[in-house]
Design a protein around this ligand. Structure first.
Ligand code: ADP
Ligand code: ADP
Length: 218
């Protein structure tokens, strides 16, 4: 189980995330849904230890993330799919990532296949479409077969086929016992993808439940 307790981030005296707590169960896909600027990225960054909370903590399987033996093997993280190297091929980028994470490089062609980039592995990342870069980011997150996937806007900018393929991957990850948390600012993206929606507005969770219940109660 992935747990967040009272996660709070204050920038320049202003809380941008305030007292966010939740528990995520294995086998589920949860969406963090809220408008731009609501605090989704900051929360995901705090969950993974990339941004230090002003207050609050997160745990996975009862361990504070600072005690994770190798964070890359606990959580696969996709934060900014554009932050990859344009001159390098997708395959060589993943090979380097695999070596750094201590994963056999034979895994690279497996993940390229899993995300539907088998034919594009030899192409330069600079020539990838946005959807391909999102899928490459997802491939990178999947390299270590982590139990937890934390994905910032993984569906943003994808065409309908890209949306379907990411959706299937996330559902399969959960069906295999994984825990998935993705963020989105588009309600229609998380419909059919997430079992549960955490709605965030102005840095606070304002609703929590299956999307259908949240929509019908408004
Ligand atoms: P979202 O992911 O929901 O779009 P963010 O978490 O990126 O929201 O941002 C929440 C708020 O915090 C925004 O107002 C943003 O400008 C601000 N913010 C994010 N990161 C920083 C930072 N490092 N320093 C100052 N303000 C920040
Ligand atoms: P911390 O080290 O406190 O976790 P970050 O690494 O998230 O902070 O951000 C470092 C600095 O980058 C912030 O103090 C801020 O000046 C700047 N910054 C990054 N993102 C934003 C943003 N969205 N809005 C405003 N400032 C930002």
């Amino acid at each position: 189980m992935l747990s967040a307790r009272e996660l709070t981030k204050v920038y320049n005296g202003t809380p941008v995330v305030y007292n966010v707590s939740f528990d995520l169960q294995p086998g589920t896909v949860t969406a963090f849904l809220g408008p731009n600027g609501a605090g989704k990225s900051t929360t995901l960054r705090m969950l993974t230890g990339l941004t230090r909370p002003t207050h609050g903590q997160s745990w996975f399987a009862g361990r504070h993330y600072t005690a994770w033996p190798n964070p890359a093997h606990v959580a696969g993280v996709l934060l900014d799919a554009s932050a990859t190297h344009p001159g390098r091929t997708g395959r060589s980028h993943l090979r380097n990532t695999a070596i750094l994470a201590g994963v056999p490089t034979s895994r690279v062609d497996e993940v390229l296949n899993e995300v539907g980039l088998a034919d594009a592995g030899g192409k330069k990342i600079g020539k990838y479409s946005l959807g391909m870069r999102q899928r490459l980011g997802l491939a990178q997150a999947l390299l270590t077969r982590p139990p937890v996937l934390i994905l910032d806007e993984p569906i943003n900018g994808l065409d309908p086929e890209g949306i379907r393929s990411i959706r299937t991957l996330l559902r399969n990850h959960a069906a295999a016992g994984g825990t998935v948390l993705l963020s989105s600012h588009v309600l229609s993206e998380v419909d059919q993808t997430a079992d549960r929606v955490l709605m965030i507005g102005n840095g606070q969770i304002v609703a929590d439940g299956p999307l259908r219940e949240l929509v019908s109660s408004q």
